[in-house]
Design a protein around this ligand. Sequence first.
Ligand code: FES
Length: 100
Amino acid sequence: MKFEKHVFICINQREEGKACCAAKGSEEILNVMKEEIKKRGLNKKIRINKAGCLDMCTKGAAMVVYPEGVWYGNVTLEDVPEIIESHLIANKPVERLIAQ
Ligand code: FES
């Protein structure tokens, strides 16, 4: 496998007034996560990708980490370092953010 971990972050924007990840700042979360991975020199091992709707619109920002298939909901910008350090590097999923 090319990447050890693959993170898909929903950046979907739904119609005005409907809950969605874009309205919860998911694009910024995506950009910061990418930068942080690059800063740590992990961009050859860990891939951060944009995703369309992950069907967790009321729990935005939503993301899923493979190969584990761990789903996170209500993620904010402040949670990014913990997801990287704990889950992506130390292999310990961040329990308090697990959704589904
Ligand atoms: S808009 Fe993100 S899960 Fe649907």
